[in-house]
Design a protein. Structure first.
Lengths: 247, 985
């Protein structure tokens, strides 16, 4: 981001949206910066830092968790109302130096295919609140991950909402205990008895995977795992998650 | 933009560019304890506290930090009064190079500020973002436990070494008995990864009765450089700032193999702020070999500073010096390079086949075995006659093994600052293990005589062999000459991966003949080594592979045959272990295999064959380094191997191998447990070649300057050398001021490599100290009117005469320097050894294998090491802990991965996986003392042997767990999964 000319720190969502709306200035939203600063292109001219926009709230009431987009992963992990599976996923997501800065909204916008936290949010039926100058819309996380470039046109993520009920479990395969997963599975039985399974390492984003979809996933290969291996692991890990959930 | 930053409680008005990271701004403002390890948050070396939370300042814009409280280590100590956390880091030996110590101290502070009584798991979690390549995290964790106790107002636990009872001395039948009781291991965090607290774990060692009593040597003295490192004082290359300094950047090759048809630098030079662009068209073509080795460097001389051909992705194309890093980077994009892309070859076996692309086709290529076939060297050695041996053998076993490419990953990348001094001599302040080799090797490339070059090695943030190389100093020198201004070149983390040095991959075949009693009768080792496009250490690493592969076991007929191949991968060079880890992965995997096939106990089989005191190292004279042939066959004079094995068996709970119930995990039918062993043996310095020098002089107050060319790169060698001097001179460690190293100031030393410093440079220090002692005795005799100076004894900072009269060394120094028959008490000595006494070790690994996924979890590592007399048991055990952690990465998860065009796809930490604090297996290190007669105070080496055994011990543990033997590292999930599937048919 060597071409960066402007740093903004607006103190309201409206101001953020105003700054974002300027068509002539290539701008990026800055959460914690843990991903953006290392990877932003040199022609990026402006960053809009969200730290003062009032989006770092965490709240749990009546079995529903509401997390602001700039809540840091460590805050989410420490919050008493966060379900255990999500807490554990925060720790698998990144080491403490990153968790102390990275934001939930930034993670969601990244759609990181290896993110176990995204997989966990998927099985918790998380919904993403997206706001533009016309107002706010709510989208299921699964839908958001598929259509994020459209949904984020002139808009920002303000909040994530999810029900905290149900039973959850996860399983993973990785090179070392704290490594990012090659493949991971998260599962949850909702209070209504519905089984949800999500996978990472099986497609270009983490996704909810019904049994019928498993064979059709692309399982993109890299040096840590071939497609064949990833496909086999998806089966093994889902079986383990189901066994743990008794589902 | 203008910012107001609150740094350590003070408001700083700062002008910076919007894109600048907080790390860059803090360093510029003088907070140099914030260290560069990456620009991407990978290493944690730049971690600071922001409102009390640990964050990476390299991925935080300075602007983001406005309005927050920034804390760096500079705020912790008041003068020499250290913060309790800093004191604990010093006391527990938690500091090696100290490069990332400030970050770790801050991590500890953030933790203890909110949790005064943390568990070990919580401490490890607090370190999870800071990668440590040196300590294995063992002692930093201890430091936090100790600091927490002090901050709670408790007395810290005693950290004196624990003396263990020897086993083999009291139990002759240990190896024939039922085996030790299971002690067993559990991950430090317990089953659920949290909660467990372990008591402080000071170094453990076994004392040998034939070691003489000493005062300073053998004691857990505090590292002599600990204070400056724990405070984050300016100590490293980049911690000084030169007026008018220019910043250099490298243009590297995007192609694995290409001819450069033309370079056009006009656009780059036209950019304001660009001062020089250098490449093959404007730099003289002088051939050299870059490996930092003694004169004459082994051939071939297959490099030039800049060539018109590139031979790997990451190879040098051009370099730029400009007013800022940004301008230099911009200039790189304006250098027009016309390439003719050539076919490339990456595998060592393919490279030497007929028809492979020829990597060195230049007409001035000299000294390769056969450049037209990509063979840089052919190495042959033998003892006896293997063919006769195989014919006589009752059984012949063969196994082929493949070892891969890994990188050293020093957290401080290569960095060099060069400038003209007032006498117009070129000064190179550089992060190197070999300052004297650098001076001699860079001179002809720059067209300067050696006398016009001065190389300064300040503190080094780890090297592990990557810095046993003249790697970037020529570029900096060329740019200083071209611009007349100071020039700084620092490799990025990505460049450190692809444009630095790595470990040699090899294909190794062992063929072994055994008689019916399990005694070796013939052993043949065939190696194809991959030296990438430049040979640098290609000859000697492969030679050491042969030496290490054929030295551990007695055998009347041995043969080594090795082809060293040129390929188009990033350049292998020196890496801690130097061919040994490759050889021992194959050998110890193979020996385990043979024992199992013979139906013999894996330790009994090895024990029937391994070398003992009095045995000759008969292959050694045929696999030496340098030109002076060592013709005498060395003989082993000390070995604690049997005790090491016995201690290790007891610690790991070896007998559990025989318990089928233990091998299954209740409730987890997909898991299998196993324990593996590997015998380790290394060398101590290169015999007949490695030389170290030391000068010692007395000061007015009876203190001594010790000047050594030896290169402490974080290992603690300065401390060990100072302890040796203090012991001989009868003073305390604090009376020794040791300095290393500066080619203008200190005597010659070959440098820090080949596990040589304690033994070679240590003996030089001992010899110099003995000469100084003789001069002191003479002076004392004069002052005390004693006839025979030889009767004077130095102890407690005094010279004592037999009659009870004494003089303090301070009085003596003043007398000698100022009062009567004045002279400077001073001496210089050097040392080269005809032998290389081997340290021995026993490595054990306990693993859990998930047979459905192939995931291997290392539960516990135990290593017992005989390094002779450990001059300092804390630093010695720290060497072992750090070494086996690197070795764990080698066996388990580290690998350089490439796409089809030879581009490394994981040149970042994370994708390139090194172990973090919060996922380490439990580790135990036991030092088994022996008295090595040729070493200073009985010392042998300790630095490299920890690299040898983990991978084979893991292979053998996986076999124990699953019955499947894997011949290739690393043991990543898919590789293990495939091996398990293939073997299940």
């Amino acid at each position: 981001m060597k071409g960066l000319k402007h740093y903004y720190r607006p103190d309201s969502v409206d101001e953020v949206l105003d700054l974002l709306a300027r068509p002539d200035v290539p701008s990026a939203l800055l959460g914690g910066g843990t991903s953006l600063i290392a990877t932003a292109p040199d022609d990026l001219q402006s960053v809009i830092d969200l730290q003062a926009a009032g989006l770092d709230h965490l709240d749990e009431k009546d079995g529903r968790l509401t997390a602001g987009a700039t809540a840091r992963l460590q805050d989410l992990a420490d919050f008493i109302g966060t379900p255990a599976l999500l807490r554990e996923a925060c720790y698998f997501e990144a080491p403490n130096t990153i968790r102390n800065a990275a934001t939930l909204g930034g993670l969601i916008a990244s759609a990181d295919p290896e993110s176990e936290l995204l997989a966990a949010l998927l099985v918790y039926e998380a919904r993403v609140v997206i706001q533009n100058r016309q107002g706010a819309v709510e989208s299921a996380l699964a839908e958001f991950l598929n259509e994020k470039s459209r949904l984020l046109q002139g808009a920002i993520i303000t909040e994530v909402r999810l029900p905290t009920g149900g039973r959850a479990a996860s399983a993973r395969v990785a090179r070392t205990p704290a490594d990012r997963p090659i493949v991971a599975a998260a599962g949850r039985v909702s209070p209504q008895g519905e089984l949800l399974i999500a996978l990472c390492g099986a497609a270009k984003t983490p996704l909810l995977a019904g049994p019928e979809a498993l064979d059709r996933l692309p399982y993109p290969a890299d040096f840590r795992g071939s497609s064949e291996y990833r496909r086999a692991m998806a089966g093994v890990l889902i079986r383990r998650v189901r066994a743990e959930l008794g589902a | 933009m203008d910012l107001e930053l609150n740094i350590n409680g003070n408001i700083h008005q700062i002008r910076c560019k919007p894109h600048e990271s907080l790390m860059r701004v803090l360093r510029r403002e003088g907070f140099i304890s914030v260290r560069f390890g990456s620009d991407t948050g990978e290493t944690g070396a730049a971690a600071i506290l922001l409102d009390g939370r640990l964050v990476n300042s390299d991925i935080l814009l300075a602007a983001q930090a406005e309005g927050h409280e920034i804390t760096t280590v500079e705020s912790l100590a008041r003068g020499i009064d250290l913060h309790p956390i800093q004191k604990a880091f010093v006391a527990t030996g938690a500091i090696q190079s100290g490069y990332s110590t400030p970050a770790m101290v801050l991590a500890a502070k953030a933790l203890l500020d909110r949790n005064p009584n943390p568990s070990e798991a919580e401490i490890r979690e607090a370190f999870s973002g800071i990668l440590d390549r040196e300590t294995g995290y063992v002692k930093p964790v201890q430091a936090v436990l100790q600091a927490a106790a002090v901050l709670r107002g408790e007395d810290p636990e005693n950290y004196d070494p624990i003396i263990l009872t020897p086993i083999t001395l009291v139990d002759d039948d240990f190896f024939s008995g039922p085996g030790p009781e299971a002690e067993g291991g559990e991950p430090w965090g317990g089953e659920d990864g949290g909660g467990a607290v372990r008591v402080a774990a000071p170094p453990k060692f076994i004392v040998s009765s034939d070691v003489p009593e000493t005062q300073v040597v053998g004691k857990p003295e505090i590292k002599v450089d600990a204070l400056k490192l724990v405070k984050g004082n300016p100590a490293f290359v980049d911690d000084i700032e030169m007026r008018n300094m220019l910043y250099a950047k490298l243009l590297t090759s995007p192609h694995a193999h290409a001819r450069i048809l033309d370079i056009d630098d006009r656009e780059a030079l036209a950019l304001p702020g660009v001062h020089a662009v250098i490449h093959y068209k404007n730099i003289p073509r002088v051939r050299y070999a870059s490996g930092g080795q003694s004169y004459p460097n082994p051939k071939p001389y297959d490099q030039v500073s800049f060539d018109d051909k590139v031979r790997y992705v990451g190879d040098r194309v051009a370099a730029v010096a400009a007013d800022s890093i940004e301008i230099a980077e911009q200039a790189l994009a304006h250098i027009r390079v016309e390439y003719e892309v050539l076919p490339a070859v990456f595998d060592e076996n393919e490279a030497i086949r007929e028809g492979a692309p020829v990597i060195h086709d230049e007409p001035d290529m000299e000294g390769a075995h056969d450049a037209s076939r990509n063979i840089s060297h052919l190495i042959e050695a033998h003892v006896g006659d293997v063919e006769t041996g195989f014919a006589r053998a009752d059984y012949v076993f063969e196994g082929q093994y493949r070892v891969h490419q890994v990188q050293q990953v020093p957290i401080e990348p290569h960095i060099c600052i060069g400038y003209w001094d007032p006498d117009e001599r070129l000064v190179l302040r550089t992060s190197t293990q070999v300052p004297f080799h650098v001076r001699r090797m860079v001179a002809p490339l720059l067209g300067l005589p050696v006398r016009r070059i001065r190389v300064i090695k300040p503190r080094i943030g780890g090297g592990f062999g990557a810095k046993q190389e003249m790697l970037i100093e020529d570029i900096v020198g060329h740019l200083v000459i071209a611009t007349g201004r100071p020039v700084r070149l620092e490799l990025t983390r990505q460049e450190e991966f692809v444009s630095s040095r790595t470990r040699h991959p090899q294909t190794i075949t062992f063929k072994t003949g055994v008689d019916k009693d399990g005694v070796l009768v013939a052993q043949e080792m065939t190696v194809v080594g991959n030296t990438g496009p430049y040979a640098t250490h290609g000859l000697t690493v492969q030679t050491v592979t042969g030496l290490r592969g054929l030295s551990s076991y007695n055998c009347p007929n041995k043969k080594f045959h090795c082809t060293v191949a040129y390929t188009n991968i990033p350049v292998p060079g020196a890496y801690r272990g130097y061919g040994g880890p490759q050889a021992l992965f194959a050998l110890e995997n193979h020996m385990d295999d043979i024992a199992n096939r013979l139906g013999m106990d894996v330790i009994a089989f090895r024990r029937a064959n391994w070398v003992r005191v009095g045995d000759p190292l008969d292959i050694a004279p045929h696999l030496g380094e340098g030109e002076s042939e060592v013709t005498e066959i060395p003989v082993i004079r000390s070995s604690g191997l049997e005790e090491c094995v016995a201690q290790g068996m007891q610690s790991i709970g070896w007998s559990r191998r025989n318990d089928p119930d233990w091998k299954r995990v209740p409730g987890k039918p997909h898991l299998r447990r196993g324990i593996g062993f590997a015998m380790c043996m290394h060398g101590t310095a290169i015999p007949g070649l490695d030389m170290g020098g030391a000068s010692i002089k007395i000061n007015d107050d009876g203190s001594f300057n010790v000047l050594v060319g030896a290169t402490d790169l974080g290992t603690g060698s300065d401390t060990a050398l100072a302890q040796i001097a203090a012991e001989v001179l009868g003073v305390r460690l604090e009376d020794i001021i040791i300095y290393s190293s500066d080619t203008d100031m200190t005597p010659f030393d070959t440098g820090a490599y080949a596990s040589s410093t304690t033994y070679i440079s240590g003996t030089a220090v001992k010899l110099a100290a003995e000469q100084v002692r003789a001069q002191i005795q003479e002076r004392a005799a004069l002052m005390l009117e004693v006839e025979n100076p030889g009767e004077i004894v130095l102890r407690d900072r005094c010279a004592h005469a037999p009659g009870g009269q004494f003089v303090t060394l301070e009085r003596l120094a003043l007398h000698s320097l100022h009062q009567d028959q004045q002279r400077q008490i001073m001496a210089t000595a050097s040392f080269v050894s005809p032998e290389s006494p081997p340290p021995f070790g026993a490595q054990f690994a306990e693993v859990e294998v998930d047979v459905e996924t192939g995931q291997v979890t290392v539960v516990r590592l135990v290593m017992a090491v005989d390094c002779g007399v450990a001059i300092n048991p804390i630093t010695a055990s720290g060497q072992v802990e750090g070494g086996i952690t690197q070795a764990l990465g080698y066996g388990h998860c580290e690998e350089m991965a490439y796409d089809e065009e030879g581009r490394m796809v994981n040149a970042a930490l994370g994708p390139y996986k090194i172990y973090r604090a919060d996922e380490m297996p439990e580790m135990e290190v036991i030092l088994v003392q022996t008295m090595e007669p040729s070493g200073p105070f009985g010392a042998k080496a300790v630095a490299e042997i920890p690299k040898d055994g983990v991978a084979p011990a893991m292979a053998n543990a996986i076999f124990d767990a699953t019955g499947v033997r894997i011949h290739q590292i690393p043991f990543t999930p898919e590789r293990v999964w495939k091996a398990l599937r293939e073997n299940k048919g």
